[in-house]
Structures are given as C-alpha cells and as structure tokens.
Design a protein. Sequence first.
Length: 369
Amino acid sequence: MNLFRFALFALLPWCFALVASAQTLRPIPTPATPAETARWREQGRSLPTPELLQPTLDPALPAYTPRKDIELSGHFKGAASDVLAALTKNWIAAFQKHYPNVSIDLPPPYAGSLGAVELAKGGLDFVMVSRELRPTDIAEFRKNFSYDPTSLPISGGTYRHFGFLDALGVFVHQDNPIGRLTFAQLDAIFSKTHHHGGAAITTWGQLGLGGEWADKPIHVWAVKPWNGFEEFVRQRVLSVGEKRGEWRDDLNFVETVFPISPAVAKDRYAIGYAGLAYVGDGVKLLSLSADGAAAFLPPGYEEVARATYPLSRLVYVNLNKAPDKPLPPVLEEFVRFIVSGEGQQVILKQAVFIPLRAEQAAVTRAALK
C-alpha cells in the first residue's frame, strides 16, 4: 500500500501538468464560410458553449426602478450585430414586461456594419455593435448630423469565444524570456506616431533582454487596417486623447487575425496580438499595464471578468443623441434598464458575454443626463 501511494503521489505532478497542457491546447478557429455568414445575418449567430467558469453580478450595480411619473409608449426600430441578436431580443422582452405599450423591432439583417450605416442615414433608433464604430461610420454620421453618434457601453465582451468579442492578448514566441509590457512600450513597438512619448523600439535589447536577444530585431505581426481588432488596439494602445495613433508602415500586416498566432509561434523574435480565441500553441501571452504605474495583469478569466485586464472589450449601443438634448424617454429608459442590475442579469443568464462592473455602468448612466 505504501509503495502504491508513493507511486501515485509521484505521478500526480505529471498528471496535473498533462491536464494543464491539455487545457491550453485550443485549435485556432477557421474563418466563417459565406453560407455561415449569410445564415448569421438572417438568424443571428448560434451561441457558443459557455465557459466553464462564469462571472458573478457586481452587487454594486443599481436595481432597476420602472418609471411611474410618465407612461412610456411608442414604436422603435433597432439593429444588432449577429452575435448580439439573441441578447438584444432578451433585453427587449425583459424591458417590455415593465412597459407593455412600448414596441421595439429588431429585424434582420443582423450586422453591426449595416446597422451603423442605417443609423447614419437616420433610419434606426439604435444599433448594438460588438466593436468600436469604424472611423468612416462616424464621419458619415457627422456629415449628416454635424455631431458624432453616442456610443455607450452596455456589456462586457467575452473571454475567448470565437467571433463573440473575445478579449485581446499580446504574445511572443514561447522561448522569449519577456513576460510583461506597458502600453507605452507597445506603442513604441507598433506605431509611428508614439503618442505615449519616447523613441521607436525595434530590438529586444531595448526592452531589457540580454544575451542572444539583445541585438535581435522585433518582428511585428498585425492585422491590416481596417479591422475590428486593429481598431481596438489602435484606440486603446496607440491613441492618446484626441490624438489618433498610426501603425508603422513596415509591420507584417495580414488580412485577418487567424494567421498571427501561428506566425509568431514559428519566429523566436516575433510579437503579435489577437483575440484570445485565436491564440494557439507555441506562444506566450504577456501581462500588460496601461500606464506602468498600475499592476501588470495577465489575460486571465478573472482579470477579464473584473474588467481589470486592460485589453478587455466592451459592447456598445450607438444612438443619435444631439448635444445637450435628451434622448427620447423610451430610448433613455431602455439603456438605463440594460445597465441596471436587472438588465445585466439578462447577460448573466445567457452565459456568453460578461456583465459590466458597476463603475462601467456608471459611465453609461452619466452620459444619459
């Protein structure tokens, strides 16, 4: 018996390592077929299998109190990305339980890009988009209305669900000894504008690596503009205030995010970024800090769920709200409902996206005033 126990305990570390390794073996997804894209536009995207771990609702989110001072009614029309069609319909159904005289249509096609175009034309009351708006969408809206659309966070993204706004990771070859970077360092590596200050970083030695790494060039892999991933990194990392960042011209640009992780896995001196769903074997994800003063955080599930990881993502509702003018009461109340505890519980029940934290919901509520 003692010999059996000894053998068992001797094997345990190996078993745990095998399990941990198996958990990281995630095949990189393949691009959607034209038939799948067409089906998703008409029906919405099929929901993925939820993560084994699930977030909890932030207890600091405010409870929703229905309006009693006025009667809300009317007919409104919205649009949504294919990954948000089901969630938006759930929000509408829950909202209409409070206000049965309100009618909100959400017809296909389900595509954030098409919805943004219709919003700029004045044909929609709102559009739910699972990314930041394109600069061209904002410019077209501004041309028609002389002000920008209002984009308000209504949900977190997902952790690593393919196609469902997964958090973004920055990674290097698995042999690279570096473990963390700041946004200023990433800006110096990726951009030609360097709005964070400082000079360009082109070698691993400039990041503190010695030995064989000291004089080796940094090979950067990135998505060719325009792309939702690219726009997110540009806004979050390369841009500062109103100063929009611009990518270096000599990066290894690819048309889609799919080949970046395999390319970095084959090149010891490479760095790249991708949604977590697109990160495969042979690379190492880095911990990041937005300003260097804050903690360096890895792209772990808890960090993304708590919205502390600096490249966690957000879902937005986009509206036509003129400066210094309130929204129509129904639309204002619909958004207020979504960012309440009750509205965020709808997200939790679907078990795909991550609910907002109270401080994120407060930003949206403040913008409604």
